[in-house]
Design a protein around this ligand. Structure first.
Ligand code: G4P
Length: 321
């Protein structure tokens, strides 16, 4: 899926993180609990030089409560990593965050050796909301205006515990196609950068086998075996009165309804990926990406040969064989 955003902004954020990272003890990555794998920044480990990591599965109130523990176990089993679930209804999230950071960096957290924590996450993951709750005030979003990418001054969470905010950041290339769709469905990507119908169809394609009861209850539809995403989107459009002249279904309107109701969780508490699924998507994405790279390298080599910038590969003489 073609998704466009502002790589310039991202480069500045990367630079700001690289400059700050040496003085950081723990990196908190806020993930969307409905799509933990897809909302995780693949560049972050490299950018943060493998610092201890706290994965916060945020908006867990919207996610499937049977799947969040799978993701927590998955992250908690990784070296140097802890994971907790959070949502905006928690009035005192600081306690859980501070405790988890102390487990990750036990020697830090005193006035002499303060705990210095960097907080990162994709746009719309709920970072400003969390920081507002932590600080008890209405803070402005970091980097909301174009070009504002410097890491904010420290926020004092407790004695000897400092938090540094970063602007919400996406990465330049999403190699897992499904992740692009899940990010778009969640609201992380601006609506001008994707096709709603395509995103709604992908969403329904996943929901039909994984959450059929929620679909039936919300849209009052039957889902006989073999129902396709296209058929279901049409049916939803019909049921909701998204009908054009001559009875044609307004698929754009139907798609908007599906995406909106997923985001608001009026459809129910849904998680769009399990750790096992995400790993298999990632493997397939990496394989495809490697094949694409080989093709690209081949085209580039042919171009350079044409420009006589590199010698033509020697032909093998097989006449004597
Ligand atoms: P960001 O800084 O990471 O970009 O995200 P921000 O805090 O602005 O939150 C993005 C949206 O997600 C907001 O909704 C916010 O209310 C909502 N949100 C944040 N945390 C949670 C949570 O734990 N659970 C749920 N259900 N929602 C959460 P909005 O519709 O964009 O704005 P508004 O309605 O709050 O004005």
């Amino acid at each position: 899926m073609a998704i466009q955003w502002f790589p310039g902004h991202m480069h500045l954020t990367k630079k700001a993180i690289s400059e700050r990272i040496k003085e950081i003890d723990v990196v908190i990555e806020l993930l969307d609990a409905r799509l933990p794998g897809s909302s995780a920044n693949p560049m972050l480990a490299e950018l943060t030089e493998g610092k201890p990591a706290l994965k916060v599965l945020n908006k867990q109130d919207l996610a499937d409560p049977t799947r969040t523990p799978l993701w927590l176990d998955y992250y908690n089993s990784q070296p140097g990593t802890r994971a907790i679930g959070l949502d905006a209804s928690m009035s005192t999230p600081a306690k859980a965050l501070i405790e988890a950071c102390h487990v990750l960096a036990p020697t830090r957290g005193s006035m002499v050796k303060p705990m210095r924590v960097l907080i990162c996450g994709i746009p719309n993951v709920g970072k400003s909301t969390l920081i507002n709750t932590l600080t008890g005030k209405r803070a402005t979003k970091t980097g909301d205006e174009a070009g504002v990418t410097k890491i904010e001054q420290r926020i004092v969470l407790a004695d000897g515990f400092y938090l540094f905010d970063t602007p919400g950041m996406l990465w330049p290339r999403i190699i897992v196609a499904k992740s692009g769709y899940n990010l778009a469905a969640s609201g992380a990507i601006g609506r001008n950068a994707f096709n709603e119908e395509e995103v709604a169809l992908e969403l329904l394609d996943y929901l039909i086998p994984n959450y059929p009861a929620l679909l039936k209850a919300r849209y009052k539809v039957e889902l006989p075996a073999g129902t396709t995403d296209e058929q279901l989107l049409e049916e939803i459009g019909r049921k909701r009165g998204a009908v054009l002249s001559k009875g044609r279904i307004n698929l754009q309107k139907a798609a908007e309804i599906v995406i909106y109701e997923f985001r608001q969780s009026t459809l129910g508490r849904i998680t769009l990926e399990t750790p096992t699924e995400f790993q298999s998507w990632m493997e397939a994405g990496q394989k495809l990406d490697a094949e694409r790279q080989v093709k690209k390298d081949d085209i580039e080599l042919k171009r350079l040969i044409k420009l006589k910038k590199v010698p033509r590969p020697a032909k093998v003489d097989r006449r004597g064989e």
